[in-house]
Design a protein around this ligand. Structure first.
Ligand SMILES: [Zn+2]
Length: 323
């Protein structure tokens, strides 16, 4: 059995050449194929980097995505994408709009999953933007019911998960950053995510962030996934007492570096966070990763944060005699 495996949440920053190319492509100054070649180069570079520093479970880095919700929206029938809308703080994104019956004409994320998987011997996570977040971040001009819209997304995303599995994904992550938006809708999150993960052989993960976990804690064991991936360091590890009182019956991916800060954590800081987690969780069920996707950091900051994370895990394993 392996213990304290390292991974990333999903997104990694785009290198400057890709940011420039995307801006040029948006103005019609670059052919689709030329942009695609640069997205492939950036994806390969990130795969190589994750392998070089010894991360155990890789991500493709989402170099081809603008925003996690719009990327899925652009690839679904029944959806359009609006102009820029303000989200958290000063971040802007294009808001998806549901304009008709949702349908999935083709697989969305499977092509890039295959691309990444072919380039490494290590496991690569399949990544799905969750049904509740897709619903919550979209304007609905068709269903007129948050539940109906979320469940419609869930059925299509289940097909997507099946396709990822068929393409060899042994691990599938459902991203639900909107999970804690409304605590009265947590039963809907459980229902919708349950439709996505139903009958899958792959290990399933639910990632969430931005949450007041205290309010949603009682739902953690009810979420129909094998692993929870949580932002922990940005919440000053407040949640650990709660886990001690009311144990989690799942695996946990424990965020140990803050993705919102330019400051690179020291190895000692990260070691301390892992040690605190080890007092509560079985090391075989404890995965170590950043709090969230690293796409808002610079390439160098993201690399340094991942490197210090891996070095800290090595130190903790040596200290505890974990292979
Ligand atoms: Zn996140």
């Amino acid at each position: 059995m392996t213990a304290l495996q390292t991974t990333s949440v999903g997104s990694l920053p785009k290198p400057d050449y890709l940011l420039h190319a995307r801006a040029k492509a948006a103005k019609g100054g670059l052919k689709r194929g030329e942009l695609r070649a640069l997205e492939e180069r950036a994806t390969e570079d990130w795969i190589r980097f994750q392998e070089d520093i010894g991360i155990d479970i890789l991500v493709d880095g989402e170099q081809y995505r603008g925003d996690m919700a719009t990327y899925f929206a652009e690839n679904l029938e029944g959806m359009e994408v609006s102009g820029l809308v303000r989200s958290y703080g000063n971040r802007y994104y294009k808001k998806p709009v549901i304009v008709g019956e949702l349908a999935r004409a083709k697989a969305i994320s499977v092509g890039w999953f295959r691309f990444a998987r072919k380039r490494t011997q290590k496991p690569v996570k399949g990544m799905i933007t969750g049904p509740y977040t897709m619903m919550d971040w979209s304007f609905d001009e068709h269903y007129g019911s948050r539940e109906e819209a979320a469940l419609a997304f869930a059925r299509l995303l289940h097909e997507e998960a099946r396709d990822l599995e068929a393409a060899g994904a042994a691990i599938i992550q459902v991203d639900e950053p909107a999970l804690a938006t409304r605590s009265d809708e947590l039963p809907l999150v459980v229902k919708a995510v349950g439709i996505v993960t139903k009958g899958l052989q792959a290990k399933t993960i639910l990632h969430t962030c931005y949450g007041n976990y205290e309010d949603i804690y009682s739902y953690f064991n009810r979420l129909p996934v094998d692993q929870l991936d949580l932002e922990m360091s940005n919440s000053s590890l407040d949640l650990l007492d709660r886990f001690r009182r009311d144990p989690l019956k799942k695996e946990i991916a424990f965020g140990v570096v803050d993705v919102h800060s330019h400051v690179i954590e020291t190895k000692a800081q990260v070691v301390e966070r892992i040690e605190k987690a080890l007092r509560i969780f079985d090391p075989q069920k404890l995965y170590i990763d950043p709090d969230c996707g690293l796409k808002t950091r610079s390439v160098d900051e993201a690399k340094e944060k991942l490197e210090v994370m891996v070095r800290a895990v090595h130190a903790v394993k040596a200290e505890h005699g974990i292979a």
